[in-house]
Design a protein around this ligand. Structure first.
Ligand SMILES: *Cc1c(COP(=O)(O)O)cnc(C)c1O
Length: 477
């Protein structure tokens, strides 16, 4: 049985809901009440007030506390709330903190506003969100998923095959010939189309709008969900492109400080919202109030961090592109990236406009989040150069994960993607020569210097001066 169907049935579907409620709106444990609470702070309401992304990131869910005037929410650790009467929720709308609590509601309201969604649901990890969506597929149902997914998502797809007989078809969703491949993959029992864009670690872009159009034309009831963890809501808003729901691993950019594990799903689709609420409170993979408080704190600087991640990454991508010991740089914002044109239409308009306003020549390069991959000038079957490079770095840290203020770097072939058999890995372009970097917010000159000195040790018989001269020659050519 699908997890969503095992949840208790005392939850009612949301109906048309008022948008006027504020942060102190009642938060009940029924789906409708909880959704109403989130809804009061949602994107539509904020658009009515004409607030921009940066303002929402700071203020949504952090409205001054009516009882004390505190400008930052208190951390509400209570697991139970007093009730004046018997029944399912206390007079302030809270009863038991798995169903809803002030810090979680505040975070959900903020994220929903940033994605322009009506509803937001926080989970204990990004993976718990992915499993909530997989659980919406009935027993024996079918999923179509982009083939280059996050490793944990791939693992979950396998687990749901075993436990729920849910088959997942992994598909290359690159633009070229995609329509025919998607049409061929969709089955009458396809319930979920799973997009992750950019993909990981080869940073391919999936055209969200086109996938939604095709999938919905074939089956209007299919749910299209986008894992938008890499771009964050600053650079990408999938709901505006036709997706039904968006998920983020908040562990990454949303929190941004590598100290919380958390996930979130947002949607404006009432049926998806109802099911997410059921899974959230019914399966119980919820984050703690403190984690929600920390992530809401992180969100206040999300737009500033993301712009800086983008600026530093584009600069670093160009530096590496000109480096003689690097054979290829993969960054969607470089004009050499195969999806550069798609990026221009898919990037959130506010993020593109902000760059144009800053005088960035977007024909020469677009700042687009902080993930970049590159290939060393070495044999893809030789693991030594990459291994040497990563252990010689002094500023950049060898670690998995991403999206924090500190730069992290890894070798997918031996770390995040080691479980893929070698021949398959090489076909996907995941040789030992491929390095994935989460570009942090350090001074880019230190990052460049650090990479250069480690590259020389790993690969170079050449001196830095020679390498720089060659880089300059290549830039001029
Ligand atoms: C990290 C990550 C996840 C999983 O999130 P957790 O918070 O680690 O459970 C899912 N998708 C992407 C793209 C990720 O980077």
């Amino acid at each position: 049985m699908a997890p969503s169907a095992t949840a208790s049935s005392n939850h009612t579907a949301p109906t048309a809901l008022p948008l006027a409620a504020g942060a102190d709106a009642p938060h009940g444990n029924s789906a409708a009440a909880a959704i109403r609470a989130t809804n009061g702070l949602n994107g539509e309401a904020s658009k009515q007030h004409g607030l921009h992304f940066d303002t929402l990131a700071i203020h949504k869910g952090s409205e001054p506390d009516p009882s004390t005037g505190a400008i930052i929410p208190n951390i509400a650790l209570a697991t139970a709330y007093q009730q004046k009467t018997v029944g399912m929720s206390g007079d302030k709308g809270f009863d038991y903190s798995r169903f809803s609590n002030p810090n979680r509601n505040a975070f959900e309201a903020n994220l929903a506003a940033l994605e322009g969604a009506k509803y937001g649901f926080a989970f204990a990890s990004g993976t718990a969100v992915t499993s909530a969506f997989m659980g919406m597929v009935p027993y024996g149902g079918h999923v179509v998923s982009v083939n280059d997914v996050y490793g944990g998502t791939f693992k979950l797809q396998g687990m749901f095959k075993e436990t729920h007989n849910v088959e997942t078809t992994l598909l290359d969703l690159d633009t070229e010939g995609m329509e025919a491949r998607l049409e061929a993959a969709m089955q009458p029992n396809t319930k979920l189309v799973w997009i992750e864009t950019p993909t990981n670690p080869t940073l391919r872009l999936v055209n969200i709008a086109v996938v939604c159009q095709i999938a919905k034309r074939i089956n209007p009831d299919v749910f299209v969900v986008v894992d938008s963890t890499f771009p964050s809501p600053w650079y990408q808003n999938p709901l505006a492109l036709g997706a039904d729901a968006v998920m983020h691993s908040c562990t990454k950019y949303i929190n941004g400080h590598s100290d919380v594990l958390m996930g979130v799903a947002v949607t404006s689709h009432p049926e998806i919202a109802r099911r997410l609420k059921l899974v959230q409170s019914g399966l119980g993979a919820v984050p703690s109030p403190f984690d929600c408080w920390l992530v809401l704190r992180g969100l206040k600087t999300l737009p500033i961090r993301m712009r800086e991640h983008g600026r530093i990454s584009l600069r670093l991508a160009r530096y590496l592109d000109a480096h003689p010991l690097i054979s290829e740089v993969i960054y969607p914002g470089l004009p050499s990236h195969p999806s550069f044109e798609l990026l221009k239409s898919q990037i959130a308009p506010k993020a593109l406009q902000a760059q144009i306003d800053d005088g960035v020549d977007i024909e020469q390069g677009i700042q687009y989040s902080g993930m970049l991959s590159f290939r060393l000038a070495c044999d893809p079957r030789d693991r030594e150069p990459g291994s040497k490079l990563l252990t010689e770095l002094k500023v950049i840290t060898l670690a998995v994960s991403l999206g924090g203020v500190e730069s992290l770097i890894e070798q997918p072939s031996t770390m995040t993607h080691f479980m893929i058999p070698e021949e398959e890995r090489l076909k996907l372009g995941l040789g030992h020569d491929l390095i994935r970097m989460s570009v942090g917010l350090e001074d880019p000159r230190d990052l460049e210097q650090d990479l250069d000195q480690a590259l020389q040790k790993a690969l170079g018989s050449r001196s830095t001066v020679e390498a720089e001269q060659e880089a300059k020659r290549r830039k001029l050519a």
